[in-house]
Design a binder for this molecule. Structure first.
Ligand code: NBP
Length: 487
């Protein structure tokens, strides 16, 4: 009797995914490399521990593991992203049969996945690179799963992957086919980038409440809990309220004792690098990544804070008015962030011929993952409209929302700046918005400067587009233009 699926890598994600699969009725073979000298390996511990009594078979020999799975085999790899995946693939290849399917569920770089899909297919196998979001809890009870790669593998892996995925409120599984090559991992990367943005925005909302309104943790928790009943309803807003209420075992609130230096594991940075490669603005996520980097320079901030003392006025603000403005800033900036993120997905889809379905992606993120929220429904609806919006903020519903939010948003940013309180993501979003809706920008000056010092040439407003002119600005420059290519 062969099993339905194999799973390699019994760390936190692998263990919980295996248990989730078994709970949905699948027979699972599990394998983890054995560290020499360790008497009781990870596999033995798992099979005799959390997996006891479940339809999970443990293997410490890779050949036996592969043989135990029904063909065409489906083998999910949940190992550390990077070279571990390549090493593992090389170890698996000699034991596979034609048509077998390798599934990489780790946070792999999409370019690695592009390469691995091609490599596996060349050898007669199939490869699925899938983002899995939702952490430990999602892995066990339902994650958001974003598979892409060898398309013929989808009907084979679909029943298993959809069964272990979260279900949105309307019952649809948060797992649909994304597209070819590394598209699944690209989408997961942008998901994580948006997560960075959402977290920075919530942190700024908290910071204004605390520093300009002087609210205590309990009062702030109530505001976030209240927002969680409205349009901002989302997992991250919900846990923010819980975090603010959480007491420390030594008394007081834990949040007040946590050092203000934020870590990062790279997917935010990758999102920004890839947006830059595609020539697309992703300023809000970039700001969120850079703010984490600045937060880590704690010693420098301590020194600087002694030399430049930010002055707060003694103004007493109307609480309900300012909370409304903070809400507007948070919601509007979040819309900007999602608009930027989805625009990057669209550009990647065009550039790599992935044919991404943005509405389907928005729906997939409604459950299981860290950025799950109800407003993803509105995003999906906007992308499904017959007249596809050129940009998310131009969809009729969001255009209307932005018009309602703008006044409170700009007021809050202006007030925070006057009070010398940093709100970098709120203001980055606002500046992006103003630039977006400006028919003219000062880029004419940049083109003039580029032409002045480097003969990069410019287009003229009074000539046909596509013709490039070079000016002899100083009277002693030559007529030779530089190439007019853009990177
Ligand atoms: P880790 O990312 O810590 O990976 C540990 C697993 O990789 C262990 O099973 C380890 O085996 C195995 N491994 C390593 Br390291 N090198 C290997 C190699 N050369 N060959 C075979 N196996 C190797 O575990 P995780 O946190 O469960 O994450 C797994 C994947 O899922 C990662 O890509 C991660 O980015 C992604 N992810 C994690 C989360 C999360 O919340 N943690 C969420 C979503 C996605 P060993 O036991 O012998 O060392």
């Amino acid at each position: 009797n062969k099993t339905d699926i194999g799973l390699v890598g019994l760390a936190v994600m692998g263990e919980n995914l295996a248990l989730n699969m078994a709970d949905r009725g699948w027979n699972v073979s599990v394998y983890n490399r054995t560290v020499p000298g360790v008497e009781e390996g990870v596999v033995v511990r798992f099979v005799n521990g959390r997996a006891k009594g479940k339809s999970i078979e443990g293997y410490t020999d890779i050949a036996e593991f592969v043989t135990s799975i029904a063909t065409p085999r489906k083998i999910m790899m949940m190992v550390r992203a990077g070279s571990a995946v390549d090493e593992l693939m090389e170890q698996l290849f000699p034991h596979l049969s034609e048509g077998d399917i390798l599934i990489d569920g780790g946070n792999s770089n999409y370019e690695d996945t592009n390469r691995r899909v091609a490599l596996a297919e060349k050898k007669g196998f199939r490869f699925v690179g899938t983002g899995v979001s939702g952490g430990e809890e999602g892995a066990l009870n339902g994650a958001s799963i974003m598979p892409g790669g060898s398309e013929s593998a989808w009907p084979e892996v679909k029943p298993i992957l959809q069964s272990i995925a979260a279900k949105a409120s309307d019952g649809t599984p948060c797992c649909q086919w994304i597209g070819p090559a590394g598209s699944g991992h690209f989408v997961k990367m942008i998901h994580n980038g948006i997560e960075y943005g959402d977290m920075q925005l919530i942190a700024e909302a908290y910071w204004v409440m605390k520093n300009l309104l002087g609210l205590d943790n309990g009062q702030m928790a109530e505001i976030f809990a209240d927002w969680n009943e409205g349009k901002l309803r989302s997992y991250l807003i919900e846990i923010t309220a819980n975090i603010l209420r959480h007491k420390d075992r030594s008394g007081g609130y834990l949040i007040d004792k946590i050092l203000d230096t934020a870590g990062q594991k790279g997917t935010g940075k990758w999102s920004v690098i890839n947006a830059m490669e595609l020539g697309m603005p992703l300023g809000l996520i970039a700001t969120a990544v850079f703010e984490r980097s600045l937060s880590v320079q704690k010693g420098l901030r301590e020194t600087a804070s002694k030399q430049f003392v930010c002055r707060r006025s003694q103004a007493v603000y109307n609480k309900s008015e300012m909370v409304k403005d903070i809400y507007s800033a948070l919601y509007a900036s979040k819309l900007v962030s999602y608009a930027q993120g989805f625009a990057v997905l669209q550009r990647a889809s065009d550039a790599f011929a992935w044919n991404l379905d943005l509405a389907s992606i928005a729906r997939m993120w409604r459950g299981g993952c860290i950025i799950r929220s109800i407003f993803l429904n509105d995003i999906a609806t906007a992308f499904e409209a017959k007249d596809k919006p050129k940009h998310l903020l131009l969809a009729p519903y969001f255009k209307n929302e932005m018009q309602l939010l703008l006044s409170g948003w700009k007021h809050l940013v202006a007030q925070s700046m006057k009070e010398e309180l940093p709100v970098p993501a709120f203001s980055s979003a606002l500046n992006y918005f103003y630039s977006l809706v400006s028919v003219k920008l000062p880029a004419n000056m940049i083109q003039a400067q580029r032409d002045y010092f480097g003969a990069h040439a410019f287009e003229r407003t009074d000539e046909l587009r596509g013709q490039f002119f070079h000016e002899n600005w100083t009277g002693h420059g030559g007529d030779t233009k530089s190439g007019t290519y853009n990177v």
